[in-house]
Design a protein around this ligand. Structure first.
Ligand SMILES: Cc1cc2nc3c(=O)[nH]c(=O)nc-3n(C[C@H](O)[C@H](O)[C@H](O)COP(=O)(O)O)c2cc1C
Ligand SMILES: Nc1ncnc2c1ncn2[C@@H]1O[C@H](COP(=O)(O)OP(=O)(O)OP(=O)(O)O)[C@@H](O)[C@H]1O
Length: 308
């Protein structure tokens, strides 16, 4: 478990990263490619018995520069917590602001590593930084050469001939391809929402649902019905889940995700539920009758019970 420290923290030692081995990036999703880069930083730290660290921003720069329609795999808190679970000694947070990002590349690096440069820095070869992303790996090398900092610009980890990127994973999830997304992430995709009151129809239909409202930025999963696990009050349950607006009740629905938790009957309004997406089952259907909705959904619930 890594320590998490901000460069803004009065207790932060400017020389904390001097001689260390670091991986630098935003790391939304903490996917297979990210974990490869971070693993390389850990490996070069071990060789020199030096400190390993992930350098990242406290907030995703895209939230500042491209907020309109932005989709993310994780909240900043979840991203930082996931990074801290990796095998690094520290996660160092750079306080992001427009002013910070707008610095010329050399000033940007000075602001990051002014108190002492790392011995090794690992990034993807497409890494960009500073004013309008004008800094690239060549600039990083030029800066590092004067400070005994070795720059490792890695080829991007690929699957199926294409680089693994957060953008690609978001695209898979939007199409309901949860198994493909899990391959690229290295674990199932999950999202957390708070349980809100629904219309209360589910209970009459024979399958009560916890209705989750997901902030638009985190609403990446495409509409459909999925086999899932739901984490509720520290326990893990099988769940049959629908996402998107139910076409049969489109005029009176606000929730993005409806979770039928198997073998569960407790009041959990206001509680967070984490939903882990395992299998795509079917698209949302505008059934001609409620009986057909119930019959098909009961079949989906039975499938989850038997197969997850
Ligand atoms: C596993 C599952 C599958 C569902 N499939 C559909 C569907 O195909 N079409 C649809 O309109 N609604 C579908 N729903 C949404 C239900 O219509 C909804 O959960 C029900 O109306 C209860 O809503 P309430 O909890 O807000 O009362 C599905 C819900 C679940 C849990
Ligand atoms: N597939 C990959 N293999 C190796 N390194 C990667 C890979 N993807 C990203 N990186 C590197 O990891 C760091 C973090 O990357 P970044 O957060 O920009 O991720 P990304 O997955 O490419 O995101 P996006 O799709 O949003 O651009 C950077 O140094 C980047 O170059």
């Amino acid at each position: 478990m890594a320590i998490v420290i901000s460069r803004n923290d009065p207790a932060y030692d400017e020389a904390f990263l001097a001689g260390a081995s670091v991986a630098f990036g935003v790391f939304d999703g903490v996917h297979e490619g990210h974990r490869f880069i971070i693993g390389e930083a850990v490996a070069s730290a071990r060789e020199e018995a030096a400190r390993s660290a992930v350098i990242t921003f406290n907030i995703d720069p895209d939230e500042v520069f491209a907020p309109g329609g932005l989709k993310k795999l994780m909240t900043n808190e979840a991203r930082i917590a996931k990074l801290a679970e990796l095998d690094v000694d520290a996660v160092v947070l750079l306080p992001f602001s427009r002013e910070f990002a707008a610095q010329a590349p050399a000033d940007f690096l000075e602001a990051c590593f002014g108190g002492g440069a790392p011995r090794h820095i690992h990034i993807g070869h497409d890494f960009r930084f500073g004013d309008r992303a004008s800094g690239n790996v060549a600039d990083l090398r030029a800066w590092g050469a004067e400070r005994n900092m070795e720059v490792h610009g890695h080829d991007l980890v690929a699957e199926g001939g294409e680089p693994v990127t957060a953008t690609r994973i978001r695209g898979e999830l939007a199409q309901g391809h949860v198994a493909e997304a899990a391959e690229l992430l290295g674990r199932p995709y999950s999202v957390t929402g708070i349980v809100r009151p629904g219309r209360g129809d589910g209970r009459d239909f024979g399958f009560a649902t916890a209705n989750l409202e997901i902030p638009p930025m985190l609403n990446v999963i495409g509409p459909g019905v999925y086999g899932c696990y739901a984490m509720v009050e520290g326990a893990r349950y099988k769940a049959a889940v629908s996402t998107g607006v139910p076409p049969m009740f489109a005029d009176r629905t606000t929730a993005n995700i409806e979770v039928h938790i198997l073998d569960f009957d407790r009041d959990i309004y206001g509680q967070p539920i984490e939903v882990e997406f395992i299998e795509w089952l079917r698209p949302m259907i505008d059934f001609p009758t409620v009986d057909e909705l119930i019959e098909t959904t009961m079949g989906n619930i039975a499938w989850v019970r038997e197969n997850l």
